[in-house]
Design a protein around this ligand. Structure first.
Ligand SMILES: *Cc1c(COP(=O)(O)O)cnc(C)c1O
Length: 379
């Protein structure tokens, strides 16, 4: 039985009637950008996340860029972010003219190492951008405390973590700005590109609203240079159908993660040859990814090939840490400076965890991973 890494079709097919009704409503309205559908979805998101302001935007990447622009970050400024993350986190910093300063992560949570952040703060540091990687919150209490001490801003890259919580509060509500992505593989998946920017600060919300639409106020008068970061009505209408189901999706992902961990914990070599992902105490992990670590040269690739031969989908998030990307070579940060990020890039492998994964499919993955560890060359 083939087991895809991710399959959006069962989730969307089950909602076909409601989604088609939402689409028909937008079609009939003739209003396709921003407007009442977007406002309705924004209100729904603000309530769900417990934030004062939620702005529908064109993608998670644009949410990050818009947050940086609204904070006035630009040339001469530094923004500290993890090296072990998706490219957009740091790509947006560079696009503002500021410099990303890469920081290392903890091997067990994959999230920012706060002590390492502290070491990298300079008089030019304007913001810290933690990433809630794979659906688990970074240590926001410690990061906010550090930021307060130095008078710098915090932007959460919550693109993989919609619905995740820390201390009972939603990610994206824990700092100056939260940036969310509704890319189809995220826990709340749109029907194209879509994103959300959240804040509890009225002035920042106002500035981000201006910049989302070229800084125009009133129409055709520009005090600031913004961009086109607007959300489409059709995406908002369709996402509004799925948002009420998000907690249910997260419960299924969590059940899948728990079941994997129960089975894998019994395997020989667990903790050394196979390292399992962990949920921190008090963290509302939403398991956008279930990411194994396979230490030892070539072992991650060997497991990936082994699973591919059994038609089981996997992905490497992410094979190259950002400090080692060609476009950031001029920044001069090295593997020696970011050893955990460099190591993780060679060890991680994400396996199927999506909510609609069946027990039979999951059993197939469990059997295949067990078989890999029991191979002659492994035993
Ligand atoms: C998906 C993702 C983004 C970008 O979101 P898009 O909607 O694809 O632009 C940014 N950061 C992280 C960590 C992501 O996973």
């Amino acid at each position: 039985m083939a087991v895809p890494l991710f399959d959006i079709k069962p989730q969307n097919n089950a909602l076909a009637t409601e989604l088609q009704a939402a689409f028909a409503r937008v079609l009939a309205s003739g209003q396709f950008i921003l407007g009442p559908e977007v406002q309705n979805f924004e209100r729904q998101c603000a309530n769900f996340l417990g934030v004062k302001h939620a702005l529908g935007v064109s993608s998670g990447t644009d949410a990050i860029l818009l947050a940086l622009m609204a904070l006035g970050i630009g040339p001469g400024d530094e923004v500290i972010c993890p090296s072990f993350t998706f490219f957009a986190t740091a790509g947006c910093v560079t696009r503002t003219g500021a410099t990303p300063v890469f920081c290392d992560v903890h091997a067990d949570t994959f999230n920012l190492d706060v002590a390492d952040v502290a070491r990298r703060i300079t008089p030019r540091t304007k913001a810290i951008m933690p990433v809630h990687l794979y659906g688990q919150a970074a240590d926001m209490a410690a990061l906010n405390e550090l930021a307060r001490k130095h008078g710098i801003k915090v932007i959460e890259d919550a693109c993989q973590a919609v619905g995740a919580t820390q201390g009972g509060k939603h990610v994206g509500s824990l700092s100056d700005f939260g940036a969310f992505s509704f890319f189809p593989t995220k826990n709340l998946g749109a029907f194209g590109d879509a994103g959300l920017l959240t804040t509890n600060d009225d002035a920042l919300a106002q500035q981000a609203t201006l910049l989302r639409n070229h800084g125009a106020h009133p129409k055709y008068y520009h005090k600031f240079v913004g961009g086109n970061f607007r959300l489409d009505a059709v995406q908002a209408a369709l996402l509004a159908v799925k948002l009420p189901l998000l907690d249910g999706f997260a419960r299924k992902r969590t059940a899948n993660a728990t079941r994997y961990t129960e089975h894998f914990a019994k395997l020989p070599g667990v903790g050394t040859r196979l390292i399992l992902p962990t949920a921190q105490a008090g963290s509302g992990h939403t398991w956008n990814q279930y990411t194994l670590r396979l230490p030892g040269a070539g072992r991650r690739e060997a497991l990936r090939d082994w699973l591919a031969a059994r038609q089981i989908g996997t992905e490497i998030y992410y094979p190259v840490p950002l400090h080692a990307q060609a476009c950031f070579a001029s920044l001069g940060q090295t593997d020696a400076d970011l050893p955990v990020s460099a190591r993780l890039a060679g060890e991680v492998l994400s396996i199927p965890i999506f909510p609609e994964l069946t027990l039979a499919q999951q059993d197939e993955v469990i059997a295949a991973v067990s078989g890999f560890l029991a191979r002659g060359s492994e035993a």
